[in-house]
Design a protein. Sequence first.
Length: 124
Amino acid sequence: MLIDRYNCPANKLSKTKALNNKGIYLDTMPVLECKHFHFGTDSYWNSLSRIYMETSQHYSGSCKMGPSSDPSSVVGPHLKVRGFKNLRVVDASVMPIYVNANTCAVTLTIAEKGASLIRDDWMK
C-alpha cells in the first residue's frame, strides 16, 4: 500500500490544533538514504531511525553561573557550588543563558577553563 507523504498518519497528527499551537510540524522532506521506502510506512520509519541519529536538544543552564548577589545562581565564577566545599560543576549546565548555536564548543571551553581552575587550586 502506498502512503502519500502528505496524508500519512504522522502528518495528520502534526496538523492537530494542539501541535500547531506549539509550532510543531512534520518534516516531509524525503531523506536520500530512505528513498527506496514509501514515506510514512513502517519500513520508512525503521530506515530513518537507523540513519538519522541526533538530538535537537542542547541541555544547559540548570546550574546557572553568576555573582553571589544573584539568588538564582548555583555556581560562582570559579565554578564552585555555593554552600559546598570542594564541589564544582564543569559542564553545559553552568551557562546562565542559552547560546544561539550548538553547545559543543562552549561546553569544551567551560571544560578547559574548569580544568585550569582545578589545576591552579591543586598547585597552591
